[in-house]
Structures are given as structure tokens and as C-alpha cells.
Design a protein around this ligand. Sequence first.
Ligand code: SF4
Length: 337
Amino acid sequence: MLQQYLKLLDNPFEIFKRADTLREETVGSEVTYVVNRNINFTDICVNRCKFCSFSNRRKYKLTLEEIEEKVREAVDYGCTEVCIQGGLLPDADLEFYKSILNSVREVSEDIHIHAFSPMEIYHAAKNSVMDSRDVIKELKNAGLNSIPGTAAEILDDRIRKQICPQKISTQEWIDVIVSAHEEGIPTTATMMYGHIESWEDRINHLNTIKKIQQSTGGFTEFIPLPFMWKNNELGKIAKGSSGFEDLLVIAISRIILHPEITNIQASWVKLGTKLVQAALFTGANDVGGTLMEENISKLAGSSSGEFLSIEELRQIIERAGREPRQRDTVYNIINEK
Ligand code: SF4
């Protein structure tokens, strides 16, 4: 299969066509978006990932009151989700992560809490001398609804050792994700590409995601994330992907992950709005969320902005000739129009 996919890459326009046909057959012409808010509660981090432009810049940590205020603003705007992630505070344990969930629930019983990457779950487990699965169960009881599948980068330890040596290993990432799925917590799946990895590594990564989905069914979507090269160490030797390559990654993701994963997201923060429109014709069917604030990509050189209003997101989709639909985090359609 690997050789077959590598060969396919020799004919990009054939890949685009196949991916677009699969997208049309699987999800039709509707394009989804989510009304959500990002909250990055701290940039303080014990890790030193070489692609990270976010950690330890300002050395800030939001208070629980500040988090509550941001959730209130999100609720007022009509957000259905808060996406909460942060750096790894040295002493952050289960109780710390639970206190964040409790502060969200103080403001809203209903808002979907999409929070804490597998790296953060692992960190909480280590600091609390607990098993990751037990941490997930406790967080679920405290109101956690789903987990971002970030920290996946490229699921290959040879590459991880070079770009993020302190991060969880491939197997540890898989273990946290599978435990979450088995405990009834869905996750997204991601891949950060465009640095030192090859097409072979990308295809292997996609096949790993596919296998997990075949066994658990717990992924809601796949989000390819191009490496942003500004203000980080890895950027000295890698300058990221071209726009054409971004479209190819979207397309090959649609093809390899079919039929297990039906939703492929083109991230407007990473790609910019015009490339997102193009990606809707190479396999993508989702444009991500309103975000309201975005710290991580901006510091790494993204110039796409931090917030797109609901109207702007809908216009981007409509101007590409497609039908916008608001969804919730787990892809239930909220507004039929
Ligand atoms: S990517 Fe995450 S874990 Fe790595 S240094 Fe940045 S904030 Fe820390």
C-alpha cells in the first residue's frame, strides 16, 4: 500500500480528483464549521519542542477567574465549544486540570469542553502518579467532553526524537487516545507536517490513524497542520510546505482515511482563507472554528488572524460555491441553513 500511495503522488491532479470525488460521495457539498473559542491558559512549559514558538515567551498563566471571563465571552458570542490547551506547568496535576474544568462549568453547564492534549493528560498522570486512563475518567466526571488529538506531530519515534525529544512517544500518544476512546471521550486526530519528515512518514502516520479508527471509531475528524517555521529552532533548517503540498496532504488524507474518517479539516489559521477554499476541492469538508483568539500559530508566523466571525466563515464557504453548516464538536449539524 505504501508504494501504491507514493506512486499516486506522481500524479497530483489525479489525487485531487479522487479525493474530491470521495468527499462528494461521503459528505456531499456541505461544508461545516464550529463556533468555538480557544483558551491557552499558560505558555509556561517544561518541554522544549523545537517547532514551538509559543512556550515560555510571555510566561503568563491565566487565573481561574480570567478563564471564567473568557468562557463567559464565548457563551455570549454563541460558542458551542471551548478548546482549552496550554503549556506544561511543572506541577500541573489532575487537581489542577480539574480546577480548569470546574471553572468552565461554573459559567456554563452546557458548553462542550474540548480540552487537554494527550501530552497534557500524560503530564497530569505523571504528576499525580496515576494511570492516564484513570486521569481521563476523572476528567470526564469533572465535565470534559472531548480531547484535541494534538501532540501527534509525526507518529514516528525517530522523528519525534529530533523535533520534540521530551514529548510522549508514539505508543504513549496512541495509548492515551485509545484509552480516551474506550472511556467514551472522542478526540480529533492531527499531523504536523512540512519539516524533516518524508512522504513515506506522512503516509505511515495516516495509516496509524486509520488503524486506530478501525478499532475504536473515536476520531471525529482529521486535521493536517502545516509546520509554521518562524520564531522556532526547527525553522532554522525547515521552511515548511508549499501551498500545493498542503493541498496534496489534504487530498491524500481523504484517500487514505476513507472510509473510516469522514471529516477532513482545512485549518484557516494555518492555511489562510484562500487556500482553505481551494482545499474544499481537494478533499476537505470542514474549515475549523471561529477561535476568537489564537496564540500558537500567530507566534510561529501565521498571518491569518485570530478570529473569523460566523459571517466571515460562512462567506468563505459560500464564495467557494459550497453550503455552510454550523456543527458542534462531534459533527452534529446545529443549523440546517
Ligand atoms: S509544543 Fe506544547 S509541549 Fe512542546 S514546548 Fe510547546 S507548549 Fe510545550
